[in-house]
Design a protein around this ligand. Structure first.
Ligand SMILES: Nc1ncnc2c1ncn2[C@@H]1O[C@H](COP(=O)(O)OP(=O)(O)OP(=O)(O)O)[C@@H](O)[C@H]1O
Length: 258
């Protein structure tokens, strides 16, 4: 598998202290990778370092074999990195179609924008069904689908999703994770952060456990779901499904980065 994104020894933070303390992570093209870990571990901070909202203090972020540390968020967007934040980001008083058109605001070719909206609507039919409705009138799950569709207008290579299922009912959550799989099937690479670790890992090819600012363990989504230590710490009371794999507790800091 081709590596699309590599974080090497990334150190980053907001004030005096470091939140990320040497993050190593590789994301392969065409896969879905889910970052899990406790509150405050720095999961969203990893996404910000990739999209450029935060500059690492040390280390490197490479995308398609190019170091992008010094690029602005806009330059990274134009390279095909889109970041969907945790909070709802549609303009509620604008129609779904106008929100989709906003997705192409950095593009000068308006014909291409229209064409991509058509393509996005094939993947997310809600865009066609509710095109003329105010975005604010859609359910939370429907709005998230429009947000995902809006990313496609930029024909992204890498989609960063921060807590895509937050605040959604189980049915909507299921739809959003199914949509994320569809994004990967259409050739996109997805790196997501998810509090709902069980659903996030189930929808992902790979998972990474971030603890205290370092990646402790990387494995397939299935392996992490089956790891009793991961289950105990991050998956709630239901426990692991089958036999153990490497445990988080026994992994050295930084170990396991692919
Ligand atoms: N803009 C900011 N300014 C100052 N501190 C921040 C800022 N954003 C995040 N932090 C702090 O950085 C730490 C890591 O935050 P981050 O959002 O990356 O964690 P997380 O693993 O995504 O957690 P959660 O699951 O709770 O969202 C937290 O202690 C948070 O308070």
């Amino acid at each position: 598998m081709n590596t699309l994104l590599t974080l090497h020894d990334v150190v980053a933070g907001y004030g005096a202290g470091d939140i990320l303390k040497g993050v190593d992570l590789e994301v392969s093209a065409g896969t879905v990778t889910c970052l899990i870990g406790p509150n405050g571990a720095g999961k969203s901070t990893v996404l910000k370092c990739v999209s450029g909202l935060l500059r690492p203090r040390l280390g490197s972020v490479r995308f398609q074999d190019e170091e992008i540390n010094r690029l602005s968020p806009r330059a990274r967007l134009l390279k095909g990195i889109v970041h969907v934040p945790q909070d709802r980001s549609l303009f509620p008083a604008m129609t779904v179609m106008d929100n989709l058109l906003m997705g192409g605001y950095v593009m000068s070719d308006q014909k291409a924008v229209r064409r991509r909206i058509e393509e996005a609507a094939e993947v997310f039919p809600i865009c066609r069904k509710r095109a003329n409705d105010h975005a604010g009138s859609l359910s939370g799950g429907e709005q998230k689908q429009v947000e995902l569709a809006r990313t496609l207008v930029l024909d992204p290579a890498l989609i960063l999703l921060d807590e895509p299922s937050i605040g959604l009912d189980p049915k909507s959550r299921h739809q959003v994770f199914a949509s994320i799989r569809r994004l990967a099937e259409s050739g996109r690479t997805v790196l997501l952060v998810e509090q709902n670790a069980r659903s996030g890992l189930a929808a992902s090819d790979f998972g990474a456990v971030l603890e205290s600012g370092v990646v402790r363990l990387v494995a397939t989504g299935t392996e992490l779901l089956d790891d009793p230590e991961v289950a105990r710490l991050y998956l709630g009371a239901a426990g692991a499904r089958t036999a153990p794999t490497n445990s988080v507790a026994s992994a050295a800091p930084g170990e396991g980065a692919r």
